[in-house]
Design a binder for this molecule. Sequence first.
Ligand code: URA
Length: 233
Amino acid sequence: MLRLDKFLSERGVASRKELKEIIRSGRVCVDGVPQCRPEAKIDPERSVIQVDGKQISSRRSHSYMLHKPLGVVTATEDRSEKTVLDLLPPELRRLGLFPVGRLDKDTSGLLILTNDGDFAHRAISPKSTVEKCYSARVEGVLDEEDCRAFHEGITLKDGTRCLPAKLELLEKDVCLVRITEGKYHQVRRMLASRGKPVLTLHRLSIGALRLDDSLAPGEWRELSEEDLCRVFS
Ligand code: URA
């Protein structure tokens, strides 16, 4: 038996604190009956739990932080290329994990793998405002004009408009880029539109979740509930 609020937070419905409110306001039903006590005990295998009428899967979700190395593709399978899933041991590959968003083959850094469709949707849906931070080395010299252009919103070479983003200069050819969208090759295309093609690109963080310094390229670790909440803070 498991506390109702713990069951729901383990499935990524909301944080433990938010869940207390959600449950107390009568939005959660156990076997068809509203249950307003966060501490009520439920049987995760047998009880039917609904939030706002939507059934919550009894399967515990799993999510991992991967330090994606260069040279592997962000896909679950590929005929000819090594994928990010190929970096995991067989017992994890059986969990039905998939990447949350994508990094190019020649981009390294933080990638989240999950089998929680709701979490992935919240993180990358077009309405999501989660900020992703990248470090980039470019050809050419970056300047304040580039920062201003990012702040105002870049127009890509094909005319696509990007939302305002942040560019922070670290060295003459190294910067941090923070974006809230996930257009195809977005960071590379934004910097290319300024005449500063990207030489190397590495993702440092998604929301407030940072890639662990201790993870070498190709290494991974499981994410806790707190880690998952950090993505949205
Ligand atoms: N922007 C890019 O151009 N490439 C990535 O892999 C991620 C963001």
